[in-house]
Design a protein around this ligand. Structure first.
Ligand code: 1GP
Length: 244
């Protein structure tokens, strides 16, 4: 079964840009959860990504809270413990910009049997951390160095390596709350070099940054941080994508 991946491919074939809201289960509780749910009543993104950076992040409860919405819920896990059989799909992320075996293959080995037994759609994704101008939690937790913000050559060859290894998508990540989102030059050059879908996220908090990422070649943009303080902005972000 690869329904969600097929949906992504179909959207790209139809020149439809996609938008995902990232929810961190550690934060999306209480008042914030109420605000998010009321936003989803007004407008829904193409996908809801769920994942966080803490070890005890409870994805199951948040998936349960979001059950009423038919939007596909995709796990974007910080580690193996964040797998939930209740999700629609899982980004099986390998941090190919880093050289820490834990995030290249070890977390995958830990969760493989449980994932295989479940009905969750698995989308192998090459995860590439690009310097976002501050210390991201991905950098801290993975203990890896990001690719330089202007190092187009390395970003491109890393993305191509991921594609050649059989990964089905590439995710260019500046880190949640990044000072600088991934540059349009990196997005454009990576997109031009691969034949698989391109996801971009990290530090996008304004509509013009969202538009820039799409114009440069992002197929799917992920935004999380800004909605934690300004959940009401979600509707206008979703409108931009629909009008794009
Ligand atoms: C982080 O790419 C996502 O993993 C989203 O980043 O939280 O900065 O929007 P923000």
């Amino acid at each position: 079964m690869s329904e969600i991946y097929q949906q992504i491919l179909n959207n790209i074939a139809g020149s439809k840009k996609m938008f995902a809201v990232l929810l961190d289960p550690d934060k999306c509780q209480g008042d914030l959860l109420i605000k998010v749910l009321s936003q989803f009543e007004k407008a829904t993104p193409d996908f809801i990504f769920i994942g966080g950076s803490s070890m005890n992040c409870d994805c199951d409860t948040l998936l349960h809270d979001l059950k009423q919405f038919s939007v596909p819920k995709i796990l974007f896990p910080g580690d193996a413990s964040q797998f939930s059989p209740d999700a629609d799909a899982l980004l099986f992320l390998s941090l190919i910009s880093g050289r820490n075996s834990d995030y290249l293959i070890d977390q995958h080995v830990k969760s493989a049997v449980e994932i295989k037994k479940s009905k969750v759609e698995v989308i192998p994704t090459g995860y590439i951390l690009i310097d976002g101008g501050n210390h991201s939690s991905v950098k801290k937790l993975s203990k890896t160095e990001p690719i330089g913000a202007n190092d187009i050559k390395k970003a491109v060859s890393t993305a191509i390596a991921g594609e050649l290894l059989g990964m089905k998508m590439i995710y260019l990540e500046a880190g949640s709350g990044a000072k600088n989102p991934v540059s349009k030059e990196i997005i454009f050059n990576v997109k031009s070099s691969i034949d698989i879908p391109l996801i971009v996220g990290g530090g996008i908090r304004k509509l013009n940054q969202l538009e820039k990422a799409y114009v440069a070649g992002a197929d799917l943009v992920v935004v999380g941080n800004i909605f934690e303080s300004e959940a009401e902005k979600m509707e206008e972000f979703i409108r931009v994508v629909k009008d794009f």
